[in-house]
Design a protein around this ligand. Sequence first.
Ligand code: 5AD
Ligand code: SF4
Length: 433
Amino acid sequence: MTPKTFKIKSFGCQMNVYDGERIAELLAEQGMTASADDADLVVLNTCHIREKAAEKAYSDVGRLRRDDGSKPLIALAGCVAQAEGKEAKARSAMIDMVVGPQAYHRLPEMIAEAARGGRPVDTDLPALSKFDSLPKRRRANPSSFLTVQEGCDKFCTYCVVPYTRGAEISRPWADVVAEAQALVDGGALEIVLLGQNVNAWAHDGRGLQELIREIARIDGLERIRYTTSHPADMSDALIAAHGEVEKLMPYLHLPVQSGSDRVLKAMNRSHTTDTYLRTIEKVRAARPDIAISGDFIVGFPGETEEEFEATLQIVDAVRYASAYSFKYSARPGTPAAQMEGQIPIEVMDERLQRLQARITDNQLAFNRSTVGLGTRVLIERPGRRAGQMIGRSPWLQSVHVHTDAKPGDILDVTLVEAGPNSMAGAVRQREAA
Ligand code: 5AD
Ligand code: SF4
């Protein structure tokens, strides 16, 4: 039976969110409609970065069986699909299609084949062809994602991305600029440029800073952000843009992963704590108020107590405005999974708790330092309480505001109260979006 309704469930990173939106647009163009529940077709857009990703995906598939024993058409998409490939069909008879992150533009043909009883698999990694065959962007969120770069050539020894997303590829300049314009035409006020290694974006001799400067010229676009960046690709030219491009928001996500040089080497990170800290200094010289954010892994194979303490120290040295921290998770096929000295889970749990406490202290200190400031908040969604809306400050803080403003409005707000994870703001005056 040809499906008429669809539902997409995306897990993992922002690039998966972006892919989920593009898949929805593609299916809508085929005449299908989105449905909150009991859809004819379910696309599970999976993530493989940590923990028992594949097992979780198969159990999610299992739960799609309906009470009467029937099931929707099921497409396993995303990074687990890429990693499992044909294997997925053998492991679950419920899966009708397996489609990797670089092949989902082929979903319409695959759905037709599945509706005829076939079980197509496409985990090719063709160079960017998917973008050429996706429909043009029409509607956009106030803050919209735009993938400009995919894949990774860095091969950090813990990471599965080079295997699931393939080699590092930059989308062409003109395509990205056209998509940015289409998003603004569709209502976007903020664009977040995405890539696994977004600051390595390059096309025809131009770098990310030039792309940012070009997109900043689009009338009606208020804010630009980009994520995620690798410290080794943080060029002086990009740093300079932080001091010069008004629409580029004062926020930088620059993962360090560990505060120990020995661990960084074993991770194949190609930076040291010293080069990282010097980069942060340069960024702060260009944009003194910038909010720095990062990622950390605790319990990398062989990590000693002293090495872990060095990670606590770098958190204080950088004064992170926010940070994400994870327990090391051995990914099949990565070099670190074979290393000696895998750390027991209790040790990882304990280190993660201490790290998170330290991060929380730093977040609170950063947030407190902004109390009293007048700033602009881009409203994104309703809050939990009546009359409350949540938006983002330039520093990417979540700001709770009592207002009758709508998503997409930009308010002049005074930040009045700080918590570790959010701010309260008071409206100064309303502005039309
Ligand atoms: N185990 C734990 N955390 C990981 N990350 C990536 N791979 C792993 C892994 N195998 C974390 C890194 C990265 C973030 C997206 O996920 O901190 O920056
Ligand atoms: Fe997860 Fe990485 Fe795939 Fe994003 S690219 S969904 S983080 S495995």
